[in-house]
Ligand binder design. Sequence first.
Ligand code: CS2
Length: 521
Amino acid sequence: MGYTQTDGLFFTRSSTYLRILMVNLLRSPSVSSSRFGTVTGLWRQESPYDRRAVKTGIVHFGPGRFFRGHLAYIIHNYLAQKGSQEQRWGICGVSLKSQRTITRLKPQRFLYTLTKHSSCAQNREEAEVIGSIREIVDGREKCEYVLEKMASPSVHLVTLTITQSGYHLDKSFNLDTANEDIAHDRQNPSTPTTAIGFIVEALRRRRDRNMTPFTTLSCDNLPRNGEILRKAVLAYADSIDPQLAEYIRDNAAFPNTVVDRIVPGEQESDCKYPSRLLQVRDRDPIVTEPFWQFVVEDNFTGDRPGWEDTGVIMTKDITPFLYMKSRFLNAVHSFIACLAVRAGIEYMHEAIALPEFQLFARLLMDDIAAATPVPRQMCEQYMEQVLLRLSNEDLPDTTERISSETTRKVGKYIFPILQDAYSRNVSMKRIVLPVAAWLLAVREGASESGAPYHAKDTQSAITAIQEGAVISGILGLENCEHTEIVDNECHQALRDIQIHGLLTALKNYSEGGLLNETVSA
Ligand code: CS2
């Protein structure tokens, strides 16, 4: 296993067939609106593959922005590079919640533009049209159509980016059988409304027709997402039909994956890229960073794309990749956002540009590395890369987006670091400080300067925090062996931020650190 430069920050896939424009911002001509074409028109002129020949091999739940910036892009590259032999991997997207993507993309035949944008690449931008999505349907409206698609012999993969909430899990990452959508599906298994319900019903149909089960790939940010999904699927199946559960346990595959690409929320400025770079109007463009990573456990029941030829890492063990992504990217993302919302900073790159944040982030990563069972050298390369990615000022990513659902993220990303820090004797001070900053912002509903902050979290968590909960309280982890230490550190950090202010607290918590002189200079 190795971390290679092909997956690195400046990894871009330029090919002659793609209409990729590298434009220097200063020299770009202004285009009058009458000259804008359509995304479909552009595809007709310059398509890298014949979309009419593409068949559906993948059914995907959750066709949101991350999916369109990550998996749909990866499949698009695959279709473009592999040629006519591999055109069986087109995607049918299924929306279970919102009609938004369908409404926007249907008029342009589910084609959309993707712009890669990075200030670390000298004003260079690249845009192209992505053609891998054949259709997106509303799963609740077209339930039978989706189930039959999933049961069709040409479909080999079912993929998911439904966010943690789409799995209906409890705090221990087990299926919450009391959830009302799950309860509905248990009563009506042949007309499901949840992704889990769809998967189980479609696997049942395949079993009854003597077909190989599809492989189900979770592409969500969950620790060991495949295992969590498998457990949830089995718990649900067991509750409606134990024999079916046994069949799934013995025959179906749920590989773990690690997915990575920063795809910020929609911004008003997104539309300017397709118009300026490709001279087309796009109703729902995606703007993202050049970097992407997709690590997949090689454990499939049947056919799969030969992804390894196009930059996907197929591996027997995702563990080191998972450690690095969830700790150095996701946890550090949350740490910086938590501090930034208390400091009243709107964008991630603005926060990381401040010397106090830079230094603190470096030292924090050092602590995380000391608590993480991955070789130091591998961590260092990754840490540098993350800091560069986070300073990409051409990809404004809001601290509001990253600080949303912090209580979930503390449980997923931060709590495991604290556990390892405890057992490896690494100080928890810096790890706890950002959480304390966020707790203060939530408690007061404001940044340090009094600007309003409305946390996007569960109401029960917000209420608990306003009533004075500390980390163990919001996570319900009162009985862990190190709860007391974590809570004491949290109290201390809260006091330090209140007495000294956030920036001074950051400096103080960086004392004795590698770059201390830089901060005081
Ligand atoms: C972010 C992720 O919301 C978050 O917690 O850390 O959405 C992050 O942008 C992606 O995981 C990047 O791959």
